[in-house]
Ligand binder design. Structure first.
Ligand code: HPA
Length: 273
């Protein structure tokens, strides 16, 4: 199937608007207030934050593709929160390493904005540079370093990224769990995990978390004017910090072990938004 986002002359914002219109039609919810992208380990939160109004396979919505990775969920859910607000929960994340282009990577974020969302919660499973995060810590993202050598912004679109990850939302998250630590997320292209030398580079640069998703999405969310919260589940210590080899199986297992705990945490945060 041809991805319309990659067709020459396509306008990614118009396609996102069309996707939002499709979601509104299928779900019967015309406006969503907040959106969440649920990465590795976070899927359970969708069951805990409210009542599912509609669950749509990503493949039914324009511009979304099937998940390329075992353990990633390919659906878009419309959920009614206990406070009456509506959340759009995106399990159909496209990663930069899938080579569908950066427009595809941020299509879900642009669709969420077109669906009305003013708040974007981006979650992921990631490697931790701080040894005290071993064992599945949930960590707030305070800032990022984008090492993908790419941007979702096209042309002379100069966007301020100061306070990209909202301090207000980080403070709000800490009213739910005062012990939440925070760190700088470093996005690598992947799909290989980093080498120990790359992890040391990230650390020297000021990074604390290494991953393959969130930074590009956050930039697009800021362009769309949304307030952003980022959270990582530390599924493993980063290469060379942990002495054992990294594996996707380990990442998935850490996600399974943490999902009830972090799902509940996220559900409590979302009700306070
Ligand atoms: N590096 C990059 N991405 C990841 C990691 C990691 O160590 N763990 C889970 N996703």
């Amino acid at each position: 199937m041809v991805n319309p986002l990659n067709v020459e002359g396509a306008n990614p914002f118009e396609i996102a608007q069309e996707a939002a219109t499709q979601i509104a039609k299928i779900s019967g919810i015309s406006t969503h207030d907040i959106a969440l992208t649920l990465g590795s380990g976070w899927a359970k939160a969708a069951d805990l934050i409210g009542e599912t109004v509609s669950e749509i396979p990503g493949s039914e919505i324009i511009g979304f593709s099937k998940p390329a990775v075992v353990g990633h969920v390919g659906t878009i859910r419309s959920i009614r929160l206990p406070n009456g607000k509506h959340a759009l929960v995106i399990g159909a994340r496209t990663h930069f390493y899938e080579n569908h282009g950066v427009r595809s990577v941020v299509h879900s974020v642009r669709t969420a904005a077109a669906a009305g969302a003013k708040t974007m919660i981006l979650t992921n499973g990631a490697g931790g540079i701080k040894p005290e995060w071993a064992g599945g810590a949930a960590v707030l993202i305070s800032d990022h370093i984008n090492l993908t050598a790419s941007s979702p912004l096209e042309g002379a679109t100069f966007i301020d990224l100061t306070d990209l990850y909202s301090k207000r939302l980080r403070d709000l998250a800490r009213t739910v769990d005062a012990s939440l630590d925070e760190g700088v997320y470093v996005q690598f292209r992947g799909p290989h995990y980093e080498t120990p030398a790359e992890v040391q580079m990230a650390k020297i640069m000021g990074g604390h978390i290494v991953g393959m998703s969130t930074a590009l999405e956050a930039i697009a969310a800021r362009e769309a004017g949304m307030e952003i919260m980022g959270m990582s589940l530390i599924t493993n210590l980063a290469a060379g910090i942990q002495t054992t080899p990294l594996s996707h199986a380990e990442v998935l297992e850490a996600g399974r072990n943490a999902e009830a705990r972090i799902g509940k945490l996220l559900a409590e945060i979302v009700t306070k938004l």
